[in-house]
Design a protein around this ligand. Structure first.
Ligand code: HAM
Length: 418
């Protein structure tokens, strides 16, 4: 076949998809335990939502969006992330008016034109949780606690919470100036990209991964020395709240995140196990008190995170974490001769209506009406094999010794022994 999936886009095949179902089941429970309700958002939005919400100078908006014009000449974009859409939806439906908070979560595909590598795709999936309408630091602590609990229940090991504050429009200009002065004095040591974007967004130099920029950025002025009293107090509260809950974290003064909407808290959860050539951030988030206004809404503080499902499953596989038990067909019905094939079809129907999963030689082979031997081969992957005998009885095997049963006995037996 000469048509394949586009570069950076992959199929999640049945051997992996059952693991996703396990992860999402577990996540849905944690979300409910923390009071978050699920929301389904559109996969494409007006382009402006992201250019204004995520920020014109971010890599995402500058070079990673899948933007197209529809037949009505509107510019639309496949969502590169969920936060802007979540805020838009909450405002559009008045979900956080009169100071009432909205706690929402969603999951689904996001799209970014990035260079594909292990753990980095052009269509990838995120779990996203947001708390909208609360300005206080307790919501930040609750959000971080939620993400940590999510990973604890999935039994991921070796994760590190990296925490920082990126300040607010009051304190950031002075910090920006301090960074500009410092990086300006060390301009020759920066990589080409950072030299080019220095004036536009000096904070981004802080998280540049190139060795030369890293060395310079390590000794750069820290935001902590520039936070305004309100941001400093907020940051202290977040740190003491995490300590109160016994949640370990490390401060990372170079953590600035790749989206422009952040104010105050920014954090990431990094896996030690995804380091070999793979992207190692399994979760990122923070506070974005001015995002709602930047898309034309009323002032609505917010805090949240997103975690990459592809990466979570990758780490869980590398760590041999349990994905529970893969669903298995309970009964495979085998026709010993051609005359009993219609019975197989009817019996499968009866078992399925009783809530018992059943298969027979109908759609599992290109060639229908396979030999007894071939049917038995397929049947071995089921929990039980049920052979229809010529005299109308059923031989059930798979639970120790073979049993000869009538149809009624068969259903009862399976219901009692499953
Ligand atoms: P982000 O850091 O861009 O944040 O993405 C969050 C997570 O999505 C990453 O930590 C990673 O696990 C996963 N991810 C990102 N890009 C890719 C990719 N190309 N391939 C595979 N996985 C990827 C946000 O998206 C913010 N909206 C998070 C947020 C929510 N902040 C506040 N609320």
């Amino acid at each position: 076949m000469d048509i394949q999936a586009p570069r950076g886009v992959r199929d999640i095949l049945p051997d992996e998809s059952w693991k996703w179902a396990y992860v999402l089941n577990s996540v849905a429970k944690v979300m409910a335990d923390f009071g978050h309700s699920e929301i389904h958002l559109p996969i494409f939005e007006n382009t402006e939502l992201f250019s204004r919400g995520v920020g014109e100078t971010t890599d995402i908006v500058e070079k990673e969006m899948y933007t197209f014009t529809d037949r009505g000449s509107r510019s639309l974009t496949l969502r590169p992330e969920a936060t802007a859409g979540m805020v838009r939806a909450a405002l559009e439906h008045g979900m956080c008016s009169q100071n009432a908070a909205a706690r929402l979560w969603c999951w689904g595909p996001m799209f970014r034109y990035e260079r594909p590598q292990k753990g980095r795709y052009r269509q990838f999936f995120q779990i996203d949780a947001e708390v909208l309408g609360i300005a206080g630091p307790a919501a930040d602590v609750d959000t971080i606690a939620l993400s940590v609990e999510m990973f604890r229940r999935l039994a991921l090991r070796g994760l590190r919470v990296a925490l920082n504050s990126v300040g607010c429009p009051q304190c950031r200009p002075a910090y920006r100036d301090a960074l500009l002065a410092y990086f300006g004095a060390n301009r020759d040591a920066l990589c080409e990209t950072c030299q080019a974007r220095l004036e536009r967004n000096p904070l981004r130099v802080l998280d540049c991964k190139s060795a030369s920029c890293s060395a310079v950025a390590d000794a750069a002025p820290a935001i902590y020395d520039h936070l305004c009293p309100e941001c400093a107090a907020h940051f202290d509260e977040v740190k003491s709240g995490l300590a109160r809950l016994g949640l370990p974290f490390s401060l990372d003064k170079r953590l600035v995140r790749g989206l422009d909407y952040y104010t105050k808290t920014a954090y990431e959860i990094i896996s030690g196990d995804l380091s070999q050539g793979a992207q190692n951030a399994v979760c990122g988030g923070g506070r974005y008190d001015n995002l709602a206004e930047s898309i034309g809404g009323p002032h609505t503080p917010g805090v949240g995170f997103a975690a990459g499902i592809d990466r979570i499953v990758l780490v869980m596989e590398e760590q041999n974490c349990s994905f529970g038990k893969r669903a298995q067909t309970e009964v495979y019905i085998v026709a010993r001769d051609d005359a009993s094939r219609p019975t197989a079809q009817v019996l499968a129907g009866k078992l399925r209506s009783a809530g018992i999963s059943a298969a027979y030689d109908a759609g599992d082979s290109v060639k229908y009406a396979r030999s007894f031997k071939a049917q038995m081969k397929s049947a071995l992957s089921a929990r039980w094999q049920c052979i229809i005998e010529a005299n109308g009885t059923f031989t059930l095997s798979g639970g120790g010794s073979d049993l000869t049963l009538t149809e009624g006995e068969l259903v009862n037996y399976i219901e009692e022994h499953r």
